[in-house]
Design a protein around this ligand. Structure first.
Ligand SMILES: Nc1ncnc2c1ncn2[C@@H]1O[C@H](COP(=O)(O)OP(=O)(O)OP(=O)(O)O)[C@@H](O)[C@H]1O
Ligand SMILES: [Mg+2]
Length: 318
């Protein structure tokens, strides 16, 4: 599989007793890792036994990203960029609260969009991946249609293409009919109803109905399979054959960041293995439930997945 994430970054994860804005805090531990949503997708696909390739931007003057990815055994197709590496700051407090500050990516003048698309096309032509997964935000001031162009290119070659991206980019990709989209409910409602607040965890008695409604709308706008996820609550799916809701399985969460990325990877893995749409989504949910029990985003103990799948509710027709 080929994972497309132009906005790769270096994650600086800091553990601290409590974050007090406006004061100086002292870390108990800091870890530097490769980041960007696609890196989580890659970790999960690798844990599931696949050998995926990541295509992303990598600063010419800073080898750290390539080194960090190589240390994880990731096959990285690096497209050169000028300027600084993008950084993401992740602050984990003892009480469990998580704060994320995503750095701004490279400016348009610092990388060549056509070279990026050519690198993807050349890889697809040479390797014929089982699927192309477009994951994560785009660098600043890039046309929102970039992932849509990747989807069209993949479809011209008979290869399925999936998109999990910020609302604007997701919306601009729908007319290219991606084979799967998987926003969380906040992103989906932001796209469909102009909601701008972004909660890490959504609440409310009507959450399942909202997810189903949003997935129906995304499907009607072009997504062949439209999933809308709601963290520990579950996920909705709409295809041409109907709509379903699946309750999430209850687990002890260590790090919820990247659940959606692991979900995408797990679902893509199951679809490539020939699973039905609902079974693929349930598999993705079991994989995500294993991933949130792991400290590092996207990583998981794959031996947990079968047991989680057994505990997961069947899909309920909506
Ligand atoms: N705490 C949890 N317990 C069990 N399953 C979970 C939990 N959090 C997430 N999941 C599973 O993962 C799926 C995707 O999670 P979520 O909706 O949080 O994605 P997301 O917001 O895109 O995450 P991220 O952006 O951090 O990758 C959920 O539909 C659910 O099946
Ligand atoms: Mg997500």
């Amino acid at each position: 599989m080929l994972v497309v994430t132009p906005n790769t970054c270096i994650d600086v994860t800091t553990w601290l007793p409590a974050l007090v804005p406006g004061s100086v805090s002292r870390a108990t531990r800091t870890e530097v890792t490769a980041g960007g949503k696609g890196v989580n997708v890659i970790r999960t696909l690798t844990a599931l036994g696949r050998a995926p390739t990541l295509v992303g931007l990598s600063p010419v003057s800073d080898p750290r990203l390539g080194e960090l990815l190589a240390a994880e055994g990731c096959d990285f197709l690096a497209v050169p960029q000028r300027g600084q590496a993008r950084l993401a700051l992740i602050l984990l407090e003892e009480a469990g609260r998580v704060t994320v500050i995503n750095g701004r990516g490279p400016e348009p003048a610092e990388w060549d969009r056509d070279a990026f698309l050519s690198a993807i096309t050349a890889h697809v032509d040479a390797h014929g991946p089982a699927a192309v997964l477009c994951s994560g935000s785009l660098p600043p001031d890039v046309p929102l249609t970039l992932y849509g162009r990747v989807v069209v290119m993949a479809h011209e070659r008979g290869i399925p293409a999936y998109v999990d991206a910020a609302p604007g980019v997701l919306g601009a990709s729908l007319s290219s009919e991606p084979d799967l989209v998987s926003p969380n409910v906040g992103e989906a409602e932001s796209l469909l109803h102009g909601r701008t607040d972004e909660h890490v965890e959504e609440e409310g008695d009507d959450l399942a109905d909202r997810c189903v409604e949003a997935s129906r709308e995304l499907h009607s706008r072009g997504a062949r399979r439209a999933v809308v996820t709601a963290g520990s609550h579950g996920a909705a799916l709409t295809t041409q054959h109907g709509s379903w809701w699946v309750d999430a399985v209850r687990v002890d969460v260590v790090n919820p960041i990247g659940a959606g990325d692991s979900f995408l990877a797990g679902t893509a893995h199951a679809l490539a293995n020939g699973a039905s749409d609902v079974d693929a989504v349930r598999f993705g949910m079991a994989v995500a439930a294993a991933a949130v029990q792991h400290e590092r985003g996207g990583s998981l103990d794959a031996s947990l997945v079968d047991g989680l799948l057994e505990r997961l509710a069947p899909g309920v027709t909506a």
